[in-house]
Design a protein around this ligand. Structure first.
Ligand code: THU
Length: 157
């Protein structure tokens, strides 16, 4: 028997000004996308933005439905839109932000398990690490790759 350990590391920034310019733009795009959320049930307005390898950015937001499971998170809206509108174009980074009552939530928003698995798939398809920026009101967390949010992710087929 062997005891094993998985360690992850991430960077905490104390505000958007500490990010490099293209990440600042990506974070601003995710924050702006919160305004497009359709979240009449949770009132939790989530925005996401994908930056492709060539620098182009696309945005999306959570879209809820009266039949609750039919709604979808901002991350998956954005990743599916990115892939459907620019098929085969590698994705390099994803930023996620969330607002409640018109304000960014205090702690950085952390994506659900289903969205992490979808990120894993597009990272694999892109053939490059997908950096992930999770936005809070006063701090931002940066993960270098999807494995750091989803250790032992399924990528076997
Ligand atoms: N939601 C997202 O869009 N992304 C997350 O990372 C967390 C949760 C959405 C799903 C639902 O519309 C609302 O936020 C409340 O869970």
């Amino acid at each position: 028997m062997t005891n094993k350990e998985i360690r992850i590391s991430y960077i905490e920034y104390n505000g958007i000004d500490e990010l490099k310019t293209d990440d600042q733009e990506l974070v601003k795009a995710a924050i702006a996308a919160t305004a497009t959320a359709y979240a009449p049930y949770s009132n939790f307005h989530v925005g996401a933005a994908v930056r492709f390898e060539d620098g182009e950015v696309v945005q999306g937001s959570n879209q809820e439905n009266a039949a609750y499971p039919s709604g979808i998170c901002a991350e998956r809206t954005t990743l599916f839109y990115a892939s459907a509108s620019r098929p085969g174009k590698p994705m390099a980074a994803l930023a996620i932000a969330a607002c409640q009552g018109g304000k960014l939530i205090e702690e950085p928003v952390t994506p659900c398990g289903a969205c992490r698995q979808v990120m894993a798939q597009y990272q694999l398809k892109s053939g490059m690490p997908m950096r992930i920026l999770l936005v809070g009101a006063h701090k931002i967390w940066e993960f270098a790759k999807v494995e750091d949010l989803l250790p032992l992710m399924f990528d076997s087929i």
